[in-house]
Write a protein that binds this ligand. Sequence first.
Ligand SMILES: [Zn+2]
Length: 299
Amino acid sequence: MSKHFTLIIIVSTLLIALLTVVVISRNLPTPAVDLPTPVETPTTITIPWSEKIVIGQSVEGRSITATRFGTGDTHLLFVGGIHGGYEWNSSLLAYQMSDYLALNPGEVPESITIHIIPDLNPDGTFAVTGVVGKFDLRNIPDPSTRVAAARFNANSVDLNRNFACKWAPESSWRGQVVSAGTAAFSEPEAIALRDYVITINPAAAIFWHSQASNVYASECEDGILPETLTLMNTYADAASYGAVASFDAYPITGDAEGWLASIGIPAVTVELESASDIEWERNLAGLMAVTDYYSRVTR
Ligand SMILES: [Zn+2]
């Protein structure tokens, strides 16, 4: 009995001691820890004046690139080569424009950022040039012959019929039936352009094509945006091309410019006069006139 009693006393004492330690330790002030003093790190990120980025891949895995010039708040987008090797001079013009801006940063006003996608259809362009990326006139086997098949992407889709404006599976090109893809934005090239447009939200978009010697406005379901007419006239006057508000030579569905109009972005199609010349001075004047216009308007 007394043995048990002693054991109970010992166990109880130990328990009380343990509880006391726990209570005391909980009430003790937290020991001060020597934390390192935060170091002031610079938070300013310098944005380079010009930058080339990959915005997507073609059906055959060739990179689609965009080059940005400037850091202004108003973004202008120029696109060449949507019709690939059939309209290779539109890409050649876009590449030369990129070289020119890189060498002449003073030509881009502070409030403006210019984006150039030189070749939206690199598979179609490759079919004529045999070159991945930038090419020059020496890569064109016969500048006087146009290769109709090189207009399409590697799925034989006319990319300028693959956008979400009145899209239909088949469309037309000069009375000929062309594939517009399996759905709007079924083609990776169209997706690349769509996503880039959504990212930069341009004030205006200009597409270089060949050839008709005209600048065409754009529209979807809601008619032509008033600013599109200003954009059309500004470029056409400076570059000495005709200005045509409504393209009615043949019915078109799913064009990129119409899709841009549907989301409120003025877009025009610049059809060069020739299929083999880049008409450099005229298009430089057109780009500069549009740039100057948007540097003066408040958005
Ligand atoms: Zn075209």
